[in-house]
Design a protein around this ligand. Structure first.
Ligand SMILES: [Fe+2]
Length: 214
């Protein structure tokens, strides 16, 4: 599986295009901006897009979904809980254990609520990587204080990720650079505090900072 990362928007959102080099089957993860630029990548590599996967409903991860859905004639996939908050069309609801194929490789849907109550991650065991949206970043974790967020859910999700992934897995987050789990275990204090059950859960932010960070 080949991974292209495109970073767009004022919050440096990562959009991922995953594809099989032989067959050209592709999925797009979290297109928040610049549908035309994403379409140019699809055309350049002659990809056949099987669907658009949203880790969660926030606009910076989904605002380009509608346009891409229309232009590429493809489907949008999201969790049922987050689809309720999304204004565009969702064609298929995803939940824990669903699998999506990219050539010979399998993307497994992992429910990781906490940032939103329907947050998803997409795990590929063959390529040893995971796409975590705003659940887990390289040096931080996502805020758990939005309307459907929950620090308790976030703690469970972080522990779940930690249990599932050995040090050699690569995390591709919704913001920031990618990193190995070894790096995250060594340098990501938020992650380790959740794993240990001692995280203060970002409860001290003022409303303006919260709005900006969403
Ligand atoms: Fe978000």
């Amino acid at each position: 599986m080949h991974i292209i990362r495109k970073t767009f928007g004022e919050m440096d959102n990562n959009c991922y295009i995953l594809f099989d080099r032989d067959g050209g089957e592709a999925y797009i993860i979290d297109p928040g901006y610049e549908a035309k630029k994403i379409e140019a990548v699809i055309r350049k590599h002659r990809l056949c897009v099987q669907g658009i996967l949203a880790t969660h409903h926030h606009y910076d991860h989904t605002d380009a979904c509608e346009q891409l859905r229309k232009d590429l004639g493809t489907c949008v996939f999201m969790s049922g809980k987050d689809a309720k908050h999304y204004k565009g069309t969702v064609d298929r609801l995803l939940s824990e254990g669903d699998v999506l194929k990219i050539g010979e490789e399998v993307l497994r849907v992992i429910e990781t609520p906490g940032h939103t109550d329907g947050g998803l991650s997409f795990l590929c065991d063959t390529s040893k990587c995971i796409f975590t949206g705003d659940t887990l970043f390289s040096t931080d974790t996502g805020y758990a204080i939005f309307e459907t967020g929950s620090p308790d859910d976030m703690e469970r999700s972080v522990k779940k990720i930690s249990t599932l992934l050995s040090d050699d897995y690569v995390v591709w987050p919704g913001h920031e650079e990618n990193a190995t789990m070894a790096f995250i275990r060594r340098h990501n204090r938020d992650f380790m505090e959740y794993v240990q059950g001692i995280h203060p859960a970002h409860t001290k932010m003022d409303p303006e900072s919260i709005r900006k960070s969403q």
